[in-house]
Design a binder for this molecule. Structure first.
Ligand code: SF4
Length: 335
């Protein structure tokens, strides 16, 4: 039975959560919250690469049943989609909310309203956790809202669901606050990161970030119902034409982190957003590309995690303009 309180409760009681919230917010004065280190004053709503000012931007809130089984469980993951992003992926499935900052400016909310969303997901929808999607540019706002939500009864684990382009200092400030890291490992080549996500140092930054996450939370720990309580899950989206560098990325993960780390292999790639105009990205993955990655898992002795089925794109494509819920409540992963 693993139902002890998340560590952020103790951090709240000791005053450490309030101290972290203050320190993080102060960093918005010359923003270095993510590795871009834009240096803009977000306390005054100056905007850097992520086009995000002082207040959090929340694009959607829902119980998500299509995350990994240990994240969604049977009651869903309490997902909060943050607007805007510190990457610009040409193929982003969430481009409606990640890359249209003018539209997203209408989704700014106060911190207490964000705290209210967390409590709604926990208390009204009964979700297993609070799952912050694309949180990297809003960490100070999230911690400040958690600080407001804890005395109001927030008790479920927090999931940090990230592209992996995270600052180590910012991750250190989340030590003990986040219970579950759900991190992408997108590229093994900065050439492709630069070309398709407008980031020149993704490989080093994401690898350093994943090592720090693993140091904090270690391997996945689940409760008696198989629902995650703590740990790292690394997501690897297979891109067409070998652009994700699957062999190099997975070998790095097995060698430098652990072959026992939980991995989630995603086959849902679909040429969304600008991808149809980019020949290397303009198609779904082939069966051969898919099976090659499955073979790699065997070869590297990586046994923990999940692999999406090849028909995943149809069930995982979100539409943030859809009434009520961006996803169909479908699930199609195998252990
Ligand atoms: S969080 Fe935004 S403003 Fe701050 S460093 Fe990153 S991209 Fe720049």
């Amino acid at each position: 039975m693993l139902k002890e309180e998340p560590e952020y409760i103790a951090l709240y009681r000791s005053g450490e959560l309030a101290r972290r919230a203050r320190t993080l917010e102060a960093r918005l004065r010359s923003c270095d919250i993510c590795p871009r280190e834009c240096g803009v004053n977000r306390l005054e709503d100056e905007m850097g690469f992520c086009h995000s000012g002082y207040l959090p931007v929340v694009a959607a809130v829902c119980a998500h049943h299509g995350e990994e089984p240990a994240i969604s469980g049977d009651r869903g993951s309490g997902t909060i989609f943050l607007g805007n992003c510190n990457l610009r992926c040409a193929y982003c499935q969430n481009h409606q909310i990640s890359q249209d900052h003018r539209a997203q400016s209408g989704n700014q909310i106060e911190h207490h309203a964000l705290a209210g969303h967390m409590l709604y997901l926990q208390n009204e929808l009964g979700c297993h956790n609070i799952n912050f999607v694309s949180p990297s540019h809003f960490v100070p706002q999230l911690v400040k809202a958690v600080l407001e939500a804890v005395p109001l009864g927030l008790r479920v684990p927090l999931v940090y669901n990230t592209s992996g382009y995270d600052s180590i200092d910012t991750l250190k400030a989340l030590d003990g606050i986040v219970s579950i890291y759900l991190a992408d490992l997108r590229y093994a080549s900065n050439r492709w990161g630069k070309k398709f996500s407008q980031v020149s140092d993704y490989v080093e930054r994401a690898r350093d970030a994943i090592e720090e996450m693993y140091r904090q939370v270690g391997n996945l720990v689940v409760d008696e119902g198989g629902v995650a309580r703590r740990g790292l899950i690394v997501r690897h989206l297979i891109l067409p034409n070998g652009l994700a560098g699957s062999r190099e990325s997975l070998a790095w993960l097995a060698d430098e982190v652990s072959p026992a780390v939980t991995v989630s292999i995603m086959a849902q790639y679909y040429p969304a957003h600008r991808a149809p105009q980019i020949p290397l990205l303009a198609r779904r993955i082939t069966t051969g590309e898919y099976e090659e990655v499955l073979g790699l898992l065997d070869e590297l002795g990586m046994e923990n995690g999940w692999v999406q089925e090849m028909d995943a794109p149809d069930t995982y494509l979100p539409d943030f303009a859809r009434e009520g819920h961006p996803f169909e409540p479908a699930m199609n992963r195998r252990k």
